[in-house]
Design a protein around this ligand. Structure first.
Ligand code: SF4
Length: 356
């Protein structure tokens, strides 16, 4: 693979190779490590936390690729990390040697692909030949990295994607047995809503079909109904959960959306352009958002009980729900705080024979 970076092109090769690094998830129970194959993400989800928490810090380097504002241009730049087998092997060995006593148990001793991008995505370069080349290069990188994790370590793997391209690796996933969980984000079955919030990601119907194929292939599956949107009413939440139940997921993560003010404006403009009615008033004040998010968590709990899958529902209450103003606004603050703690401390399920 070429190891020099593309310059003044927002889709191309990054300068630093893909390696496994420790991550610092709080209250998520997803993994102990991340393997991120690219800087940027072509899906360009409007609610994505990555530009504000991660790529903004790379603004100076991204400028060399023609990116002026990593936040505003989120979704337009995707820079594939090159493959350097010796560096990857060293990072894998370091993770493998980490004593369990130093790991947060809620990570299940897993490496997650990916946490700041999607491991399976089309690289949309303006030159179609380059586009195909980069997309294939990314698939090759992911395959080689997974083979090495499988053969040279005892680590678990959590795949998280929105793309049916992952089907190309189902054979590889299967070869991990209980050491690998395959998951997709599926907040709604409404394709029109996804066009507003996740404008460049594959549609919910494509994702559901991929999850069904994964289940049929005998993979260990989980689903992230995350984030759900204010427009996801109880009928939509129910039909999405019913569809998810059919793929027999080990865990269903759920989180209502929480977005920054400038992203609300972008979503409102997109909704207007597509003629989709939105409930952006939910984001007007912290109180209105709190009322919305608690109602969404309550509705999901109730519906999952009805569908007899409540034991698989793993709620992700936002950390803001634990702030003083939120706790103080509850009729029974102590009971509420205990409810939050139980959700935050939950360790997500892993297939039994590979449990950490
Ligand atoms: S797929 Fe994930 S990383 Fe990519 S834009 Fe969407 S939320 Fe962000």
């Amino acid at each position: 693979m070429k190891l020099i970076a593309d310059t003044m092109e927002p889709v191309g090769l990054w300068s630093h190779p893909a390696v496994i690094v420790a991550n610092h998830f709080v209250h998520k129970s997803l993994s102990n490590w991340s393997l991120n194959i690219a800087v940027g993400c072509g899906h360009g989800c409007r609610f994505c936390y990555v530009p504000s928490s991660s790529t903004n810090k790379l603004a100076a380097q991204l400028a060399a690729y023609g990116v002026q504002d990593p936040d505003a241009e989120w979704g337009d730049y995707v820079l594939l990390r090159p493959w350097d087998e010796s560096k990857f092997r060293a990072s894998l060995a370091l993770a493998e040697r980490t004593p369990r006593s130093q790991l947060n148990a809620d990570g299940n001793r897993a490496v997650m692909l990916c946490t700041t991008t999607d491991p399976y995505q089309v690289f949309r370069h303006r030159n179609t030949t380059r586009s195909k080349e980069l997309t294939q290069q990314a698939l090759t990188l992911v395959r080689r990295a997974l083979e090495m994790i499988r053969d040279e370590s005892t680590l678990n793997v959590r795949i998280m994607t929105r793309s049916p391209l992952a089907r190309q690796h189902f054979d590889l996933f299967k070869s991990f047995g209980p050491r690998l969980l395959f998951g997709m984000s599926l907040p709604t079955l409404r394709n029109d809503l996804a066009k507003v919030y996740e404008p460049r990601a594959p549609s919910p119907s494509q994702r559901l079909a991929t999850l069904e194929a994964a289940h049929a292939a005998g993979l260990n599956v989980y689903v992230a109904m995350a984030p759900t949107y204010p427009e996801c009413d109880s009928m939509d939440l129910r039909s999405t959960l019913q569809a998810i139940k059919q793929v027999d997921p080990l865990t269903i993560f759920h989180e209502p959306i929480n977005i920054r003010a400038d992203n609300v404006q972008r979503i409102a403009a997109q909704g207007q352009a597509l003629g989709v009615m939105l409930r952006t008033e939910v984001f007007a004040t912290r109180e209105s958002w709190l009322a919305y998010t608690l109602e969404a968590l309550r509705a999901m709990t109730e519906i999952s009980r009805d569908l007899r899958i409540n034991n698989r529902l793993h709620l992700w209450p936002d950390k803001i729900l634990g702030s003083k103003w939120a706790v103080d606004s509850m009729p029974q603050p102590e009971k509420y705080r205990a409810w939050l703690e139980r959700r935050w401390e939950r360790i997500s399920e892993w297939p039994r024979s590979a449990a950490a």
